[in-house]
Ligand binder design. Structure first.
Ligand SMILES: [Zn+2]
Ligand SMILES: [Zn+2]
Ligand SMILES: [Zn+2]
Length: 361
């Protein structure tokens, strides 16, 4: 008996001295949670962050509308409501609330004529970059980033995402619409004006494809949505950050980035198209609260976020949209690049705890 007890104690000691290697809920993606290095979120609060150059004229600021191609969507204030319109030829609407313009240096461009999927996918190794690449200017105020945005303004941004998603996903050559945001120079935002990007692609990119495949398999086996299941487990876990009527924000179990968090709708929904007006407001609120906490904790870090979603009807039962937020606080170096495995020096449990404290402060 005594011997057994010692054995257990010893094995615990041995176990405790190792870092955990955690697997993503769905993907075959592993991360070393390097608790031995045990870094606190405040360790990442850099004093001097690299700033975008402010010397040149901002093409996204009001009265510089002529510096961009005609907007595909403009929101104008119309009494107490919003008028939705677009620019045409040389006309540029002024006094806008948000505007969406084609990217001046697009990665994907619309086809000039009708084009088939076969013509786009030239071979197994080559496809034509047919699609759309747009910039959503989030506010006439240069620095109205989500962490500091007025809630009605941020709700318009979410509305804008939904409107563009609806329009772009209808195009016969578009299979996926990716909505994302780069914040700060180190996260790839070359212009500092508050903006998001939308890229519509003629095929489903790898990460979404893998999530769709794994969630389909899970649904086949368990007859439930793996994301709905994730929400049930994580809302009661030490990784929960905040929960309101419509959303749960949490630090994922196998976070690859320090301070990473995801936001998920509690209702089973496959894309932003399923959001009700009130839910768009709550999403804006959730995003602002979480990004605001991150900003306060780590001194406005660079970050990327992306909406993972699908408008493919076949995925209705098993896929569940979500936002993944990746603060850029660590540099991925030789190990990550050569193995596809990650090292995260802040445990998701620590990240969630500091976010919760910051939010309730
Ligand atoms: Zn500007
Ligand atoms: Zn679900
Ligand atoms: Zn995802």
């Amino acid at each position: 008996m005594l011997c057994g007890r010692i054995n257990i104690a010893l094995s615990e000691v041995v176990f405790m001295s190792y870092n955990e290697v955690r697997k993503d809920y769905l993907l075959d993606r592993w991360v070393v949670i390097a608790t031995e290095r045990g870094r606190r979120p405040s360790d990442f609060a850099k004093k001097n962050r690299q700033q975008q150059s402010s010397s040149s004229v901002c093409p996204m600021c009001p009265s510089n509308e002529h510096m961009t191609p005609p907007a595909t969507l403009v929101y104008l204030k119309h009494g107490n409501s919003i008028k939705k319109t677009k620019d045409k030829d040389s006309l540029r609407h002024k006094d806008w609330l948000i505007r969406v313009v084609p990217n001046l240096y697009p990665a994907f461009t619309p086809p000039k004529d009708k084009i088939t999927h076969k013509q786009i996918m030239k071979s197994k190794e080559l496809a034509l970059a047919v699609g759309h690449h747009e910039v959503l200017v989030e506010s006439p105020n240069h620095s109205e980033h989500p962490a500091d945005a007025r809630l009605p303004q941020l709700s318009l941004v979410i509305n804008g995402y939904v409107d563009r998603l609806r329009e772009l996903s209808k195009k016969p050559y578009v299979q996926c619409v990716s909505i994302f945001r780069n914040h700060g120079l180190e996260a790839g935002a070359s212009l500092s004006h508050a903006h998001s990007q939308i890229i519509a692609t003629p095929f489903v990119p790898e990460t979404i494809k893998e999530e769709m495949k794994a969630s389909r398999q899970y649904h086949g086996k368990n007859k439930e949505c793996v994301f709905c299941n994730m929400i049930e487990r994580e809302r009661k876990s030490p990784r929960a950050i905040l929960e309101n009527k419509s959303f749960l924000a949490f630090a994922p179990y196998a976070s690859t980035h320090p301070m990473e968090f995801w936001i998920m709708p509690k209702k089973h929904q496959t894309s932003l198209l399923m959001l009700k007006q009130i839910e768009m407001k709550t999403l804006a609120e959730t995003l602002k609260t979480c990004l605001g906490a991150l900003k306060a904790l780590v001194n406005d870090p660079p970050y990327n976020y992306g909406v993972h979603q699908t408008t493919n009807k076949d995925a209705n039962k098993h896929y569940h949209w979500h936002v993944e937020v990746y603060p850029k606080l660590a540099i991925w170096a030789g190990f990550e690049k050569s193995t596809g495995m990650y090292i995260n020096t802040v445990t998701p449990e620590t990240a969630a705890e500091s976010m919760r404290k910051q939010i309730s402060a």
